[in-house]
Design a protein around this ligand. Structure first.
Ligand code: SF4
Ligand code: SF4
Length: 401
């Protein structure tokens, strides 16, 4: 009961049942995600949010965690992702990693490497993914339902139909852990650095892995938030379960992660979905919903009708109100993630007692764990200047050893 259970049967059918996917389910149009809506929909205003990622527009805020050190740190963490994201924008409006997949430097090898079996190949690919920066990696068969039906071009403001090559039978999902200590300071400009580092590591890991596969003579395409929805693919690839806050909860890093992926025709062995009690825990927890400052997270049962068209319809799940959430980000000039901070699954899993805790969360003792979590104030925000102070002390101690 305690250990993650591997679900038997076809992963696609498991998701059908898990989310009660309806007949009217349609692939998502990228144009409708809240970030792209801020470009074409007057109802969604980004005001100073995006420009604040350029330090020349720096305006300090009175609240702690929003001074020049904090913004300089956050914005620098996005440097690599921004450079790569911008490189083709003027030419064709592609924002690699966010509206379009990444281009690779080399087309790859002319000959295909000899493969012994899909299982052996998968083991090597997962090992390489780990070396390239992934904390976890899993494989699923590409399920077209999660691929966007259209790409959105932020320059021309036009959409074009999107179809992955049929030869891309597999997706490799890559889990990039974010920094636990920084997650305690959500929301602030300083905590935004862990998001930036998460994305740059995802970029490095996915593009490097895709280049590795093409060097083996097969085709591969690296992707971050573009091209398709990461969370359902990651569930199919056995990397975690879906939480009330609409995020993936992994058994190794909780919800404090980013996800990248590689589509490929390399023959691989897909993983099976897992369960470790998240659904039951979320049924009695609701900490994310209670602590969301704009009440964007549902407190009731999963529903098939989304709060607005920035989320899928025809799929029964907890859906965050993206309009309310994004408006809060814009007001703060940074991403929020309070829902990650307060989630009892957000723990430092390098500690054995938290590794035991996540197992006990999958047992009738879950309510006691939840009570302890609240009593001990695990989800309490750490002041950003405290984070700088403790971090500096830790560096000084390391240097003295
Ligand atoms: S990121 Fe913040 S505003 Fe958005 S859903 Fe989470 S807690 Fe709410
Ligand atoms: S905070 Fe509680 S309800 Fe929300 S996702 Fe985490 S465990 Fe589930």
């Amino acid at each position: 009961m305690l250990k993650p259970k591997t679900v038997k049967g076809a992963p696609r059918e498991y998701l059908d049942k898990l989310f009660d996917i309806k007949k009217n389910f349609q692939r998502f149009k990228q144009k409708n995600d809240i970030f792209n809506r801020s470009i074409w929909d007057d109802k969604v205003k980004a005001k100073d949010l995006f420009v604040s990622y350029d330090i020349t527009n720096f305006v300090p805020k009175k609240s702690k965690g929003f001074d020049q050190w904090d913004y300089a740190f956050r914005n620098a963490s996005w440097h690599l992702t921004d450079v790569v994201g911008d490189r083709n924008f003027d030419v064709d409006g592609r924002v690699e990693g966010f509206t379009d997949y990444y281009s690779l430097r080399s087309g790859g090898a002319a000959t295909k490497v000899e493969l012994s079996s899909p299982e052996e190949t998968t083991k090597r690919i997962k090992l390489a993914a780990k070396i390239f920066g992934a904390g976890m990696a899993g494989v699923c068969e590409v399920d077209d339902r999660w691929i966007y039906s259209e790409n959105y071009n932020r320059k021309t403001k036009e959409s074009r139909s999107l179809t992955l090559p049929k030869s891309y039978r597999y997706a490799i999902l890559l889990i990039v852990p974010m920094d636990y200590d920084l997650s305690k300071t959500y929301p602030s400009a300083v905590s935004g650095a862990t998001t930036g580092v998460g994305y740059s590591t995802g970029l490095t890991c996915a593009t490097t892995l895709a280049q590795f596969i093409t060097n083996l003579g097969y085709n591969a395409t690296a992707s971050l938030n573009d091209t398709g929805l990461n969370i359902p693919m990651a569930i199919q690839a056995g990397l975690g379960e879906y939480g009330r806050h609409g995020l993936l909860i992994t058994p190794k890093f909780g919800p404090n992660i980013r996800i990248a992926k590689v589509f490929t025709d390399l023959p691989l062995s897909p993983d099976q979905p897992i369960e470790f009690g998240v659904k039951k825990f979320c049924d009695s927890c609701k900490l994310c919903s209670d602590n969301c400052p704009v009440k964007a997270i549902p407190s009731g049962a999963p529903a098939a009708t989304p709060p607005n068209f920035s989320s899928h319809s025809g799929i029964k799940k907890w859906t965050v109100n993206a309009e309310k959430c994004f408006k809060f980000w814009v007001g703060m000039n940074t991403d929020c993630a309070i829902c990650i901070r307060v989630c009892p699954y957000n723990k430092d899993y390098s500690k054995w007692w938290h590794r035991w805790g996540i197992l006990f969360a999958n047992s009738p003792f879950r309510k006691i764990l939840l009570w302890i979590d609240k009593q001990w104030g695990f989800g309490t925000r750490k002041a950003p200047d405290e984070w700088w102070k403790e971090g500096k002390a830790a560096v000084a101690e390391e240097e003295s050893q």
